[in-house]
Ligand binder design. Structure first.
Ligand SMILES: Cc1cc2nc3c(=O)[nH]c(=O)nc-3n(C[C@H](O)[C@H](O)[C@H](O)COP(=O)(O)OP(=O)(O)OC[C@H]3O[C@@H](n4cnc5c(N)ncnc54)[C@H](O)[C@@H]3O)c2cc1C
Length: 260
């Protein structure tokens, strides 16, 4: 099986796993060949299924500067692959494509100095890679341009953020980063002190309050297709051109509608 597919796939062993909730976890993998990618890209991986590979796309959480690949995954009930991935432990391996793909990268073409990064749940993954990569580039003098990142992440309950502690610490350390976590089911999370409401209902508020104007800002939408449609409409009404809105839709609109 592995031999038949060796031109397209490599076997990537899982080296570490961290669970945040019954359905959300991170895995780290160390493929035998380095995977070339840019922050914001994704790679497809999966498991053997008869004589084929059952695979899906996953955004890469880690920065290209890190030695291992990191992913943030949600187990979708009734999903074909994600329940199988959820069973994998350290030492198990996946069939991973040898090429990363995608154009959901930091916009360096428009000259915009502000980047409004909007996500639901695991849609935070590409933004983590961007933050880690930009922080390193800035520290090592590869980035001259002044910029600002505003990361808005929406989930139902606070155990679904996954990377909130990392982002909060980064936002305290870096003046160019703002992180706004929000939950949509506060009645199930009475301890939560932060922002409440769905991300698409907060896009306008933060665009206004933080002066994320269409002239200076590129917006990024990642994750739930319903959020992407609503947030895009809001941004368009706020004056954003479609060319200034980058989108990474994780599944087909209308299928598997879920709360976020
Ligand atoms: C570019 C790209 C990057 C992606 N990155 C990630 C990532 O970093 N982490 C991650 O967990 N997923 C990511 N996804 C989604 C992932 O590829 C799969 O769709 C997801 O794991 C479900 O696969 P499945 O085989 O279990 O479900 P399927 O059998 O393919 O789908 C079952 C049903 O669930 C719906 N569905 C799919 N995903 C979800 C979801 N997350 N929540 C609710 N319903 C869903 C489908 O539309 C379908 O109706 C990404 C998708 C794309 C296109």
């Amino acid at each position: 099986m592995a031999d038949e597919h060796s031109d397209k796939y490599m076997m990537a062993p899982i080296t570490r796993r961290e669970d945040y909730s019954p359905t959300l976890w991170s895995v780290w993998m160390k493929p035998p060949e380095a995977l070339a990618f840019r922050a914001g890209q994704y790679v497809a991986f999966g498991v053997a299924n008869h004589d084929k590979v059952l695979e899906r796309a996953f955004s890469i959480v880690s920065s290209p500067y890190e030695p291992e690949l990191e992913f943030f995954i949600e187990r979708v009930p009734e999903g074909a692959l994600s329940p199988k991935l959820h069973q994998l432990q350290v030492g198990d391996a996946v069939f991973m494509r040898k090429k990363a793909k995608g154009i959901f990268n930091v916009d360096v073409k428009s000259g915009h100095s502000q980047h409004f990064l909007i996500s639901t749940v695991t849609g935070i993954a590409p933004y983590i890679s961007m933050v880690r990569t930009l922080a390193r580039d800035l520290k090592e003098g590869r980035l001259a341009q002044p910029f600002r990142l505003v990361v808005l992440q929406g989930v139902s309950k606070s155990d679904e953020f996954g990377y909130d502690r990392e982002l909060q610490a980064a936002a305290e350390a870096y003046p160019w980063l703002t992180y706004i976590p929000t939950i949509s089911r506060p009645w199930e999370d009475p301890e939560w002190q932060g922002e409440r409401g769905r991300v698409d209902d907060l896009v306008r508020k933060y665009a206004d309050n933080l002066e994320l104007t269409p002239e200076t800002t590129t917006a990024y939408l990642c994750g739930n297709p319903g959020m992407i449609v609503n947030a895009r409409d809001m941004l368009r009404r706020r004056g954003f051109e479609q060319a200034s809105i980058k989108e990474e839709t994780y599944w087909a609109p209308g299928e598997g509608e879920v709360e976020y």
